[in-house]
Design a protein around this ligand. Sequence first.
Ligand SMILES: Cc1ncc(C[n+]2csc(CCOP(=O)(O)OP(=O)(O)O)c2C)c(N)n1
Length: 382
Amino acid sequence: MIKKANKFILLYHTAAKDDIAKRSKAAKMFCGGKMALHFQQKREHLQAILPRDVHFDERTLTFLHRIDNIDLRNSASGRTARVRTISDANAEVHTGGPKMTNAEKLTLAKHACHIRMGVIEGTHSAKCGHPGGSLDIAEVLAYLYFVEMKVDPKDPKNPDRDRLVLSKGHAAPALYAALAERGFFPVEDLKTLRKIGSYLQGHPNMNSVPGVDMSTGSLGQGVSAACGMALGAKHAGKPINVYTILGDGEVEEGECWEAFMFASHYGLSNLCVMLDRNHLQIDGTTETVMNSAPLEEKLKAFNFNVLTINGHDFDAIESAIAAFRAENEKPTCIILDTLKGKGVSFMENSVDWHGKGPNDEEYAQAMQELNAAYAALEEEDK
Ligand SMILES: Cc1ncc(C[n+]2csc(CCOP(=O)(O)OP(=O)(O)O)c2C)c(N)n1
C-alpha cells in the first residue's frame, strides 16, 4: 500500500544478503531524506547490529545513508534487517512490506517456547507466582523483543530506547524470561524468582532488573506511566515507541480509563496498548467478576485506533504493529485474543493457574509438553 504520511515504516525483510541490495532499490523509489548520521557512524552501527553473515555492499550502504533516521535491527532469526524511517509530510511511502518468512516465524516460535519454559522454571522454583497470565503473552513478548523494539541488552538504560511497560505486572515471570532470552541477564537466574535476595521479585522492579522500564504490579498504574513516557518522548521530539501490556481484568480498574482519556487527549500515536483478552482474571471470568466488554467499542469511543487479533499469531502481531506505526494521530490499542496458560495443557483456560506455582509433578509434565513443542519446531525447521 502506498500512501502519504508523516510517519511511516519501511520494512526490509531479507533471507540473503543479495536480497537486501535488491529490496533497497525498490525502497529507494519511496523515500528520500537527509543524512542523520555520519556515513562511517552509520556503517559501524549497521555492522554492530547485523549478524556476521549479513553484509551490505557499498551501493546499499550509500542508499541507506540517505534515509533519514535509519533504524536497523535484527530479527529473531538474525536474517532480517528492518528499516524504520520517519519522513516529512509529503513523502510517498510504502507502509506494508514483505511478510516474515516461515523460518523467521519458526525462530520466533522457539523464542516464545523458551519464554514459556522460563515461566515454568521460575514459578516452579518459587513455588508461587503467576504462570497463567505469563504464558499467554509469550508470542507478543517474543515479537516485541526480537523483532520490533529498539533495545540493547548491553545498554539497557539508553534514553532513546523503545519502552515496554508490563502494566499487568504479575506476569513478571514472562517479562523476565523474555529479557533473559534477549540477553539482558542469565537465563539461569530465572530460577531465583521471588527468592529472598534475588533481583527477580514477584513484580518487576525497574531499579534492580536490567531491561525493566517501569516498576509495576498495582493494576492500572503501568498504563498511566506509559502515557507519561509517550508524552515525554513526543515533547522531546524523539522517535520512541512505548508499548504497554494490560490484562482484561486490569481494565476493570478506573485508572486505566483515565490513562486512555489522557492518551487520546494528547494524541499519543507513539503509544501502543496491548490488551490481553484471555477472559479470565484472578478468581473467575472477567464477564462474571466485572464485565469489561465491549472493549473495542469502548476504546474506539476513547478515540483509539483499535485492532483485534489472535495474540498467538505472529503474522497478525506483525500486521497490527505495522498499523500502529502507520498511525499518526491516535494512540493504538491492539486487543490480543489469547488463551490464558497457553502451551501447558493443564493450565490452559484455567483460573486455578492464575497465581500458583507448579509442584514437582506438574513441573515435569509442563516441561515435557514444552520440550515436545520445541522439538516439533526444530523438526519443522529442518
Ligand atoms: C490495584 C490492584 N488490585 C488488585 C490486584 C490483585 N490482582 C493481581 S492480578 C489480578 C487479576 C488481573 O486479571 P487480568 O488483568 O485479566 O490478568 P491476566 O488474566 O492476564 O493474568 C488481580 C485482581 C492488583 N495487583 N492490583
